[in-house]
Design a protein around this ligand. Structure first.
Ligand SMILES: *[C@@H]1O[C@H](CO)[C@@H](O)[C@H](O)[C@H]1NC(C)=O
Ligand SMILES: *[C@@H]1O[C@H](CO)[C@@H](O)[C@H](O)[C@H]1NC(C)=O
Length: 299
């Protein structure tokens, strides 16, 4: 596996020098790869710390079969390998590991957070794909994306005995939205790390039952941005809008299933960074396993 990765890395390095791109092109790719590396560092540290904290007995005490921890150890190896791969591709310009604060308390909440991190990773690679200018990097990114998505699927369906996918399409997230979600776990970074051209949006939190058609009570700080505000729900390649009422409640659209992201926007037809007020919020919307695509009304 490692040999294959390094062979791919050498091929990429070769292709870069064989047809020199303009400085601008390479800058974009360097930024995107460093952003990917920022996420891979976060994931690698998350798994290494969780595994050192929770032994086989701790996983068993939370009801997990004994093979769950072993597969998570394989995922940890994959993430460490992604860090090594991207660091090798970026050379001296590679961003370094930061310090993190992950809010899990036991193997159950660790696995739940792992599922979300892998989902966000899959959305990040999907969203960033269009930014890469070098097709060699695009293939390498696809090779990583596919595995992040397999991790998410295995964690969600085998380890958590939940649903393996959401709709027929992965949901892309753009850089600022991914950065917002990642920054929530980052406490500090080495000052020598290259600056990333992303900014985090204010947080949005919710209380209430997460289910299609259910009403959530939101909490967010809109600053001086006047309303009305809309909840924009990203699912696959679709965005569905719902009005946020003056008491900050919003109804989750009734046709949504699986993991959906919601941002608060002042626009109800087209979300852009300029009209995004807060978010994203990650909403795992349950669905009837025996009838994929149809929401489970009683949840
Ligand atoms: C968009 O939503 C429709 C209806 O909910 C669904 O059938 C379709 O698969 C979705 N398309 C994408 C690309 O997510
Ligand atoms: C939303 O954005 C679109 C595209 O920029 C624009 O045409 C429309 O007027 C905006 N709507 C609102 C409510 O601001």
């Amino acid at each position: 596996m490692k040999v294959t990765l390094f062979a791919a890395l050498l091929a990429i390095a070769g292709s870069v020098s064989a047809h020199p791109a303009s400085a601008k092109r390479q800058d974009i790719d360097t930024t995107v790869l460093n952003f990917a590396l920022t996420l891979e560092h976060l994931e690698a540290r998350f798994y290494a710390d969780g595994l050192s904290q929770f032994d086989a007995g701790a996983f068993e005490a939370c009801g997990f079969p004994d093979w769950v921890r072993g597969r998570i150890a394989q995922i940890a190896d994959h993430e460490a390998s992604h860090v090594e791969f991207l660091t090798g591709a970026l050379g001296s310009g590679a961003t370094a590991e930061c310090s993190y604060n992950f809010p899990y308390t036991d193997p159950t909440s660790f696995v739940a957070l792992a599922t979300i991190l892998e989902q966000v990773g899959s959305s990040a690679y999907t969203g960033a794909a269009s930014l890469l200018t070098d097709k060699g990097y695009l293939t390498a990114a696809a090779a990583i994306l596919s595995i992040e998505s397999r991790h998410q699927t295995w964690l969600a369906s085998a380890a958590q005995t939940g649903y393996p996918w959401s709709t027929g399409y992965e949901t892309p997230l753009d850089g600022n939205l991914v950065y917002t979600l990642a920054a929530a776990f980052i406490t500090s970074c080495p000052s020598s790390n290259p600056a990333l051209p992303f900014t985090a949006f204010p947080a949005v939190t919710a209380t209430g039952t997460i289910a299609a058609g259910s009403t959530l009570q939101l909490s967010f700080d809109a600053g001086s941005t006047p309303g009305p505000y809309y909840g924009a729900f990203f699912s696959g390649l679709n965005t569905t809008f719902a009005t946020i009422n003056s008491d900050a409640t919003v109804m989750i659209p009734s046709d949504l299933v699986g993991t959906v992201y919601m941002v608060v926007s002042t626009n109800n037809t087209a979300v852009a960074d300029a009209n995004t007020v807060a978010g994203p919020l990650v909403l795992p919307i349950p669905y009837d396993q025996s009838a994929p695509g149809s929401p489970l009304a009683s949840v």
